[in-house]
Write a protein that binds this ligand. Structure first.
Ligand code: ADP
Ligand code: MG
Length: 268
């Protein structure tokens, strides 16, 4: 996805030697991230996978500018992160929709906060709702929708503010396996029509490989990057991709790395 002119620009995300220690109420301290390095190029789709507790959410929150770190640096589009910014939007596992607002108002919410006039923000929201496949549900409330549909709303809401970067923390893990496959292709479809860069956390190996240009594997205690796997599958990725021997091979490579960690954990 990167062209030669884009390559000259600073990357979407540059994380250097990022280290984070939590100190709990009991005074116990946990080294959550130990000198983590990663780069997400402009327009790239990069996934992070790793065992529970390896610091994935911590890392994403720091890139989002909502959690401080101890040492190292994070740049977004060439600028050092010092807080949240309009160029970054986050999609959460728990959807985090406002239950008292309709789908339309949920999607338009970020624009309302920015002072965009009602008719304009509703226009933008209606287009996005259609683009995530929810036309006709504008006046529904979140509780009336399935989990998959609620996450489509979450995605539309994130896109409404026209971010350059989408940060996604296990966005599909609360969604049934079949719906999840549809959401994956729909997300790639939306991504391919924009210049969005995506940092996507998942614990599903097939999901990481299917979506990504690169899969970053993390290990725990302390959280660190163990491997980076380049996904050289052609795009667009389709249902046929899932049957491609190369897809099976890459998913196997991810598993081989993760399996090692699980064995280590049980042996410890
Ligand atoms: P992941 O998302 O990969 O499961 P997290 O980023 O949530 O991992 O957590 C990384 C490590 O930091 C874990 O050991 C977790 O228990 C610890 N941790 C996370 N948040 C806090 C917190 N607020 N206070 C203390 N420890 C925390
Ligand atoms: Mg997490």
């Amino acid at each position: 996805m990167t062209t030669s002119t884009e390559a000259a620009l600073p990357p979407a995300i540059e994380v250097t030697d990022l280290t984070k220690r939590y100190v709990g109420a009991d005074g116990r301290s946990v080294l959550a991230l130990d000198r983590v390095q990663l780069t997400v190029g402009r327009g790239e789709f990069v996934s992070i996978i790793g065992p529970s507790g390896c610091g994935k959410t911590t890392l994403l929150k720091m890139v989002g500018g909502i959690l401080p770190w101890d040492s190292g640096s994070i740049s977004v589009l060439g600028k050092e992160v010092s807080g949240p910014g309009p160029e970054r939007a986050t999609v959460f596992q728990s959807f985090a929709l406002l239950p008292w607002m309709t789908v339309l108002d949920n999607v338009a919410f970020g624009l309302k906060v920015r002072g965009v006039a009602r008719s304009e923000r509703h226009d933008v929201a209606r287009k996005l709702i259609a683009s995530v496949g929810l036309a006709g549900f504008e006046e529904s409330y979140p509780r009336q929708l399935s989990g998959g549909m609620q996450q489509r709303v979450g995605l539309a809401r994130a896109l409404a503010v026209k971010p350059h970067l989408l940060l996604m923390d296990e966005p599909f893990s609360a969604i049934d396996a079949q719906t999840r496959l549809l959401l994956q292709t729909d997300l790639l479809d939306i991504w391919s029509k924009t210049d969005l860069s995506v940092l996507f956390i998942t614990h599903a190996m097939d999901e990481a490989v299917f979506l990504s240009d690169r899969v970053i594997i993390m290990g725990a205690r302390p959280g660190h990057v163990t491997n980076v796997i380049e996904v050289d599958l052609p795009r667009p990725r389709t249902e046929a991709t899932r049957l491609d021997p190369r897809f099976v091979d890459l998913t196997g490579q991810v598993w081989a790395r993760l399996r090692g960690m699980i064995v280590e954990e049980t042996a410890a």
